[in-house]
Ligand binder design. Structure first.
Ligand code: ARG
Length: 463
């Protein structure tokens, strides 16, 4: 029977049913790199301040470094009877270096330790996620640059609305994911305060140096209130929100790719490497990767919900409920990294059918707004212009033609202000050119947008 570090005040051993129910080592082992990093910094501080003998601190650091190397090589030393990663590592260390190991937990509680580990984990995960976002953003931008000039119908209500450049559409995806990148970067601040030293809830009576461990672990400063420190999981909730929103963005992009790859749209052909077949229907090429990404948004939102519900109603300070914070965080991080990697592969391999896209953009009614704007230029109030254009659209529908095919006399019958130059406003390519405002789809504006995006990416890559 494994002896637990807290066994002292107990007479009988823990029920096996409870042991199985309460252990977290089966999942929080994922925190071992962070837990060891934190313990090394803590031990160094304990040695430096003379709270423990320097020789013991050195033994601890050496021992932990060895354990880390073994775990990285694939070691699996975990004992569920020791509950969690913190007690497992301490036990492994003590088994190796003897009494010195028993000094590691001086002036520390698992309550501040676990916050430290989770903060470090989320920092590491955020760096990885930002790296994956930059990869995907780079691929989207490349596709936008390469497709410059291709037209596509822009949609509202999933109805053809106005023609745009395909590059403009792709840059809209770029903006969504750029915001995610910025959100993960901005969250850094809430991850910048070291919790070490908060102890179980009230701090410690030993003369620790909180600033020293903070500096050692890359924190800007230390948390202000020990009780809040061990109870706070806002940083995790924020991470889960950021992950959920990024996953929602990926899901929306995935949905468009799914639509575009359907026979009904046929705007894109999926790359073989990022699509799957049907076990029954030999002709099928399915957008499973995009569908999975869309589906995983559900998990991501669930993870955020899980943590918020766990936190709601918890009294100060630490409560064991908080152990439920880890799996949502691990799952959100893994799911997002996986989705970003797959989306980058899919994005890079999409084959755009520019012929199909152009034809769809040439929809005969898609320049109706341009006609209304033309009438405005002729001095007609927009509301009236909208009405006249609506009439002409109805005429087109009746005759089965596009606006550009209406004879001038027929248009003038409905509005004498219309002149020969109207046709310059009904052409799809000119419609796109005319949307020459900042953020608009005119080729010059899109070119500027691509240059700005390229410069931003380069700056982010060099940060
Ligand atoms: N495994 C625990 C958790 O994840 C570590 C903290 C335990 N603290 C305690 N007082 N039981 O929350």
């Amino acid at each position: 029977m494994t002896r637990k570090p807290w066994q002292g005040r107990f007479e009988k051993s823990t029920s096996q049913i409870l042991e199985k129910f309460s252990e977290s080592i089966s999942f929080d082992r994922e925190l071992y790199p962070q837990d060891i990093r934190g313990s090394i910094a803590h031990a160094m501080m304990l040695g430096k301040t003379g709270i423990i003998p320097q020789a013991d601190a050195d033994l601890i650091v050496e021992g932990l470094e060895q354990i880390l190397a073994e775990l990285e090589a694939g070691g699996d030393p975990w004992d569920p009877a020791l509950e969690d990663v913190h007690m497992n590592l301490e036990a492994i260390l003590t088994a190796r270096i003897g009494d010195a190991g028993g000094r590691l937990h001086t002036a520390r509680s698992r309550n501040d330790q676990v916050v430290l580990d989770l903060k470090l984990y989320i920092r590491d995960a955020s760096v990885r996620i930002r790296g994956c976002l930059v990869e995907l953003l780079g691929t989207i931008l490349e596709r936008a640059e390469e497709q410059f000039g291709t037209l596509i119908p822009g949609y509202t209500h999933l109805q053809r609305a106005q023609p745009v450049l395909l590059s403009h559409h792709l840059l809209a995806w770029f903006e969504m994911l750029r915001r995610d990148h910025e959100r993960f970067a901005a969250a850094w601040e809430s991850l910048g305060q070291s919790p070490l030293g908060a102890g179980a809830l009230a701090g410690t009576s030993l003369p620790i140096d909180r600033e020293m461990t903070a500096r050692e672990l890359g924190f800007e400063t230390v948390t202000r209130n020990s009780m809040d420190t061990v109870a706070d999981r806002d940083f995790a909730a924020q991470f889960l929100f950021n992950a959920a929103l990024a996953q929602v963005h990926l899901s929306r992009i995935a949905e468009e790719i799914i639509l575009w790859s359907s026979s009904e749209f046929s705007f894109v052909i999926l790359p073989d490497a990022f699509s799957t077949g049907s076990s029954m229907m030999p002709q099928k090429k399915n957008p499973d990767p995009a569908e999975l990404i869309r589906g995983k948004a559900g998990r991501a939102i669930g993870n955020l919900t899980t943590l918020l519900v766990v936190l709601k109603g918890l009294p100060l300070t630490y409560n064991r409920d908080l152990q439920e914070d880890k799996e949502p965080v691990f799952d959100a991080a893994g799911t997002l990294v996986g989705s970003l990697e797959v989306m980058a592969g899919l994005m890079g391999g999409l084959i755009f059918d520019s012929g199909r896209l152009g034809k769809a953009a040439q929809d005969g009614l898609v320049t109706a707004t341009d006609l209304a704007d033309y009438l405005v230029r002729k001095g007609i109030p927009f509301r009236e212009a909208h009405g006249i254009t609506g009439n002409l659209v109805a005429l087109c529908l009746e005759r089965g033609c596009g606006l550009a095919e209406l004879p001038l006399e027929q248009m003038r019958e409905r509005c004498p202000h219309i002149e020969e130059d109207v046709y310059d406003f009904l052409r799809v390519d000119l419609s796109v050119q005319h949307r020459d405002v900042p953020g608009g789809t005119a080729p010059g504006r899109v070119q500027d947008a691509m240059e700005e995006a390229r410069a931003w990416l380069e700056q982010v890559r060099s940060r």
